[in-house]
Design a protein around this ligand. Structure first.
Ligand SMILES: Cc1cc2nc3c(=O)[nH]c(=O)nc-3n(C[C@H](O)[C@H](O)[C@H](O)COP(=O)(O)O)c2cc1C
Length: 235
């Protein structure tokens, strides 16, 4: 018992050293249970340190997908506005994928291996993102074929619980439900965490392909503010 107390005191004085438990194993062969507890404490401390380190040092990996098929693009303007607002609130590392820029190569590939390396990297970025912001123009009351084609290449188990902010632009407000009737089911398939508030914008809310409407401004702000509590790095 006396030996046990002295070991505990020894641990208390030296707990900053990760070698402590090795010393204890050596000097305390009989009190294996005590050694196990100390080993456990040291391991837990290491894990906590590691996790805090990751959270503190890593910027949030945000991947934004703009489904606009050309430039200029209202969909791109909307994505840029959303990610700008986000970067004003938290530290992010942004990877932007513009379908208008990769469309011809993406559309020509029938399998992932047939894609050029840069697009394969885009897909890997999606699969490892901490947070996805996706926006598509409405085409025939849904997302574009290219948008779906991109996500057809994304591994079906790579987006579990990943928060996704859904956004779309359309000719009028008539297809605003694309967010809930088209985009949300797609990301439900991936078992992503589709955020409750998406952003829909109609052509009239842009001037010269820039967001130019107070109500849209407020909707973007609300969506970003409400997204923040869901965002954390993947561990
Ligand atoms: C082929 C095509 C189909 C479209 N279908 C719809 C539609 O069904 N509903 C709608 O509201 N807008 C529709 N639009 C309008 C676009 O969604 C709208 O102009 C959008 O803002 C374009 O985005 P962009 O500037 O990023 O290309 C369509 C546009 C095109 C070119």
């Amino acid at each position: 018992m006396q030996q046990s107390n002295s070991n505990i005191n020894f641990f208390k004085q030296n707990h900053h050293s990760l070698n402590v438990f090795k010393v204890l194993i050596f000097i305390d062969k009989d009190n294996w249970h005590e050694v196990c507890i100390i080993k456990y404490i040291v391991s837990v401390k290491r894990i906590i340190k590691l996790k805090i380190g990751v959270i503190m040092s890593n910027k949030l990996k945000v991947v934004a997908v703009s489904g606009g098929v050309g430039r200029p693009s209202r969909t791109l303007a909307l994505i840029e506005e959303i990610t700008d607002r986000l970067s004003q609130k938290i530290s992010i590392d942004l990877h932007l994928i513009e379908l208008g820029q990769i469309g011809s190569q993406l559309g020509a590939a029938a399998s992932r291996t047939a894609l050029p390396e840069s697009i394969q990297k885009d897909i890997e970025a999606i699969e490892t993102a901490d947070f996805l912001v996706v926006a598509t123009p409405v085409y025939r009351a849904s997302y574009t074929g290219l948008f779906k084609h991109l996500f057809d290449f994304v591994h079906h188990e790579s987006l579990f619980d990943v928060p996704v902010l859904l956004a779309a632009t359309g000719g009028s407000d008539r297809h605003a439900l694309i967010i809930d009737h088209q985009l949300r089911p797609l990301f439900s398939f991936f078992q992503s965490l589709t955020l409750p508030i998406g952003v829909y914008a109609s052509e009239a809310e842009f001037v010269d392909y820039k967001v130019a409407n107070e109500a849209l401004d407020a909707r973007i702000d609300l969506a970003v503010t409400r997204a923040i509590p869901f965002l954390k790095p993947r561990l």
